[in-house]
Write a protein that binds this ligand. Structure first.
Ligand code: BGC
Length: 754
């Protein structure tokens, strides 16, 4: 339940005239305290009783999809079908049982800012608010499992799905994922954390075999999933498409049995990604509980009608086709032949039933009514965008003066709607405020706002001299230029060949702005130096060709249905920016560790193999350790006010430390600062990253106000994973504690001897 305070606050934030938005409105309620996973195992006796009544055929019927997004159901015993839906930043429009999209007024829902925007808020309470919106809208739409959050580590700037993910840093991922999951699950809906694991690119996602050191798995790629299981108590987890150490991740002995269900004690449900099961015996034995799938799965099974995604004729989806799933007729046959497999089937059904009890599908409790498109949901979308948009550079041009009389908005992204893009994360938004609309809403009749597209969003499109000339003329005639460009979502889910940017199933070709935008922007900046650049996109963009001449640069990601309003609030200073980068912007793509140290997208000469030679040196761990200057550092994000850090103390505990400091708002405007705490191991028996994020807190300060920030660093903050000993190790010694406003803006340094 949201507190009344939260409801009032969100409503106030929405209706508030932009000139009066105050810092108090950026506070949100803390997540409710939900005991991790307790609700999953609260009905074991009833579940065992049901298992006794189910026939083998009925059990097998429950462990595979029966249509596009639904599975199972045994009416004889009152067991309903499970209804799933994407995920991860809204509830997807109905795809129909046989992938024939169904038109319905309730398809149009709340379009939240994408997950990378949420991560940029560095505000876990907003993660909870975000999850609450998803849970309520899932209930309204009759969905039991929402297929999100996506939390794969952002390893390369090129990954087409970075917009669906959170960060390059496992600590930030862990903190943000917990709120999101609890927010969803407190509504009686299951979250589904995905894609487990090392699905860090889309190129060859369905067949690349990823090899990663045990240390990198433990320190970088697994912690977010572990937090989802052990801290958030997530009910459902999705396997990935790729292989890991020679075996498909969805039925990977090590990932599913040894780590997830063994070490971490996961009691919930493992579902496959759509079509990620490839072997009946492995799926039966290695922890895949529910097989979901689509044309890809069917094609792989050799159906006559099947075709690869995007190519060939579409299969005709009949229930008989789903019986060909690996966990359908073949599993039944295998179990009849070998009754020793029965306990494995039972365990899968048990896990499905646990999720059903936890989500009010069984046990006499009712689904919560849910809600849809409420003002509160829209206010949460606005709030996440306002706190997630990042001010990257400001030479004093921002905030724009309210006395400005003429603005030209240049760039096709200013009028483009993004809800429908990206692949399975596609949404139908109730409405979407574009950047141009947001500016017009903010200015009303106070100034003239004109628009020039400047470039065309079209496959293979290069700079267009006529459009550039038009933009340059418009730029010369205006006081201020707001350039809105950057990347874009793929066109449309059904047209996969055009999904070249920020979309599923394909990585980006490079880190540049497409469609000749660099040339356009340089011409615009030459025509009018009073240009603010706003980027949209799922990841870092190469800004090196024009950054020096740029007076103001804002990263707006895909900021959701209220994005245009949020952007305008920041441009005019009605909201003080407080977003921080959740991943590094390299100067050039070659500087990114996945590309420098390799391998990406595969081992040279073998497109189906890949070793993460960058190992634990992902993101800022690489830039800082290897002394490579980033364009914009991890954790970077400017404000319109200034913050002073002082009075740092670091007090040792037993294998822990307490960090205390004071932060003062020394400027004239209320604002929020994300205080970041990094740990540097002074001496270790093996190479460690220069520094690692181990704590942060977002604080809100009025001008002149001071606050004391206290953060506890537990033993996790000092440990590394020892591959020889196969365990986490805390080596005694001295550790530096670096406190700052970004990973490269360290304001105070202390140390602790443990
Ligand atoms: C994606 C998943 C998604 C599923 C269902 C797959 O292609 O990888 O993230 O949840 O489709 O749409």
């Amino acid at each position: 339940m949201q507190s009344p305070h939260f409801a009032t606050l969100m409503a106030t934030a929405l209706v508030c005239a932009i000139a009066t938005t105050s810092v108090a409105q950026t506070k949100v309620a803390a997540p409710a305290k939900t005991p991790a996973s307790a609700s999953l195992t609260a009905h074991e006796a009833k579940i065992e009783a049901l298992l006794k009544q189910l026939t083998l055929e009925e059990k097998v019927h429950m462990i595979h999809a029966n249509s596009a997004f639904a599975a199972g159901g045994v009416p004889r015993l009152g067991i309903p079908e499970i209804m799933t839906s994407d995920g991860p930043h809204g509830v997807r429009p109905e795809q129909g049982r046989s992938w024939k999209p169904v038109d319905s007024p309730s398809n149009a829902g709340t379009y939240m800012p994408t997950n990378n925007t949420l991560a940029s808020t560095w505000n876990p309470a907003l993660g909870y608010a975000y999850g609450t919106v998803l849970g309520q809208e899932a209930n309204f739409r009759g969905k039991d499992i929402i297929l999100g959050p996506g939390i794969n580590i952002i390893r390369t700037p090129l990954n087409g799905r970075n917009f669906e993910y959170l960060s390059e840093d496992p600590f930030l991922v862990s903190k943000m994922v917990v709120g999101y999951i609890k927010g969803v699950q407190d509504q009686g809906v299951s979250a589904c954390v995905k894609h487990f694991a090392v699905n860090n690119q889309e190129t060859h996602r369905s067949d690349v075999d990823v090899n990663v050191s045990e240390r990198a798995m433990r320190e970088i790629y697994l912690p977010g999933f572990r937090a989802a299981v052990q801290q958030a108590g997530v009910y459902t987890l999705m396997g990935a498409y790729n292989k890991f150490r020679g075996q498909y991740t969805t039925h990977n002995e090590y990932l599913m049995n040894a780590i997830l269900k063994g070490e971490w004690g996961f009691k919930g449900l493992v579902i496959s990604d759509w079509g990620s099961v490839h072997d009946t015996q492995e799926a039966l034995r290695n922890g895949t509980d529910l097989e979901m799938g689509t044309d890809l799965a069917l094609a792989l099974q050799g159906t006559a009608q099947g075709g690869q995604v995007g190519g060939g004729p579409k299969p005709v989806y009949t229930p008989a086709l789903y019986e060909r799933f690996y966990l359908a007729a073949p599993a039944l046959e295998a179990t009849r032949q070998d009754p020793k497999l029965v306990p494995l089937i039972d365990d899968k059904v048990r896990r499905i039933l646990r999720v059903m009890y936890a989500t009010n599908m069984l046990g006499g409790t009712k689904r919560q009514t849910g809600s849809h498109n409420t003002r509160e949901h829209q206010a949460t979308a606005l709030k996440v965008a306002e706190e997630g948009i990042v001010l990257l550079k400001n030479d004093g041009i921002l905030p724009l003066k309210k006395t400005v009389k003429s603005i030209v908005v240049i760039g096709a992204n200013a009028t483009r709607e993004n809800a429908g893009g990206g692949g399975s994360g596609q949404l139908k938004a109730k409405y979407e405020i574009t950047p141009l609309q947001g500016l017009k809403n903010a200015l009303g009749t106070a100034a003239t706002v004109t628009y020039a597209a400047g470039y065309k969003v079209a496959r293979g499109q290069q700079a267009d001299p006529a459009l550039i000339a038009e933009a340059v003329a418009a730029a010369k005639a205006a006081e201020v230029v707001v350039y809105v460009g950057g990347s874009f979502h793929g066109y449309d889910y059904t047209n996969w060949s055009d999904n070249a940017y920020d979309a599923e199933d394909t990585d980006k070709p490079d880190m540049n702005m497409p469609f000749g935008q660099d040339e356009l922007l340089r011409a615009v900046q030459a025509a009018n130096p009073n240009t603010v650049v706003v980027l949209l996109g799922g990841g870092p963009i190469d800004v090196s060709g024009w950054i020096k001449q740029t007076k103001g640069l804002i990263e707006a990601w895909y900021p959701g249905m209220e994005g245009g309003n949020a952007l305008a609030h920041i441009l005019f200073g009605n909201v003080n920016p407080s977003g921080k980068l959740p991943f590094t912007f390299p100067v050039k793509l070659e500087d990114a560790p996945a590309h420098k140290l390799g391998e990406y997208p595969s081992t040279p000469g073998n497109p189906l193999k890949q070793t993460y030679k960058d190992d634990i040196y992902v993101g800022y761990r690489y830039f800082d350790t290897y002394k490579v200057a980033p364009q914009f550092a991890f954790g970077h994000g400017l404000s319109y006010t200034t913050f002073k850090y002082d009075k740092l103390t670091v007090t040792p505990g037993i294998k822990s430390a307490t960090v205390k400091l004071t932060v003062t708002n020394t400027g004239k405007m209320a604002g929020a600062e994300v205080v970041q705490v990094y740990v540097h191991d002074q001496q270790a028996s093996l190479k460690r990253p220069e520094k690692e994020l181990k704590g942060f807190e977002k604080i809100f300060l009025q001008p002149g106000e001071s606050k004391t920030v206290t953060l506890t660093l537990d033993s996790d903050a000092f440990q590394f994973y020892d591959e020889g000993k196969k365990q986490w190790v805390l080596e005694p010694g001295k550790f530096d504690v670096l406190v700052g406003s970004s990973s490269r803006d360290i304001r105070l340094t202390g140390s602790v001897l443990l």
